[in-house]
Design a protein around this ligand. Structure first.
Ligand code: HEM
Ligand code: HEM
Length: 147
């Protein structure tokens, strides 16, 4: 199953899965924040850790996309070979950017917010949904092209 010659094809999934661990923890804290602020529930929001984990996730996912495209081209001399996995990957780029820019802004200019904060949370949640789809389509890519 693990062909030595193809080990480099595991770098991209490894980066993305590490990103998923950080991103989903950031999402978990963000959801708690949402419930606290908008539903008056008393949860702790570890602001600094949410920002740190969110930044790590966005950074890893962005690097991972570059690495995935690079190795797809290096291995099969073709972009977009993975079809749906590629398309969902491209769709996640504007969401990565929007989550990062909105989050960065709220972190730097701190004040009480409603809609902007919710918008950041919704975009982040949608990003995490796309990333989940990437796990499924990524496994399909493995079955089709790697194993
Ligand atoms: C995987 C990436 C991320 C997800 C899923 C995510 C999700 C969320 C959610 C659901 C909330 C709560 C929104 C609300 O209460 O309406 C939130 C709040 C927040 N996020 Fe993120 N986030 C991510 C990345 C980031 C990044 C990269 C930054 C900073 C660079 C950041 C900064 C913030 C800040 C400062 C708040 C609190 C805003 C406030 O209450 O005024 N987030 N996030
Ligand atoms: C944040 C989540 C992910 C994103 C945004 C993403 C995006 C991409 C992109 C854009 C490519 C290049 C495709 C092409 O040019 O046709 C790619 C390749 C690939 N992806 Fe993903 N991916 C993600 C997660 C995963 C996961 C979790 C797996 C495995 C379970 C996976 C498996 C693969 C494989 C096997 C390739 C072929 C190239 C290589 O292995 O380096 N991906 N991915």
């Amino acid at each position: 199953m693990f062909q030595e010659a193809k080990l480099h094809l595991y770098i991209h999934p490894a980066i993305q899965i590490t990103g998923i661990v950080f991103g989903y923890i950031a999402l978990y804290w963000g959801m708690k924040r949402f419930l606290k602020v908008h539903n008056d529930m008393s949860f702790l929001f570890p602001w600094k850790r949410h920002v740190l984990f969110g930044k790590i996730a966005v950074l890893l996912w962005t690097i991972g996309i570059g690495v995935g495209i690079y190795y797809t081209h290096a291995e099969w001399n073709n972009y977009r070979l993975t079809e749906e996995h590629y398309r969902v990957g491209m769709a996640s780029i504007p969401l990565l950017l929007a989550t990062f820019v909105s989050g960065y802004w709220m972190d730097v200019v701190k004040k009480k917010r409603q809609s902007f904060c919710v918008a950041h949370g919704v975009v982040g949640l949608f990003l995490c949904v796309l990333v989940f789809i990437q796990i499924i389509t990524g496994i399909q890519v493995f079955f089709l092209f790697v194993w």
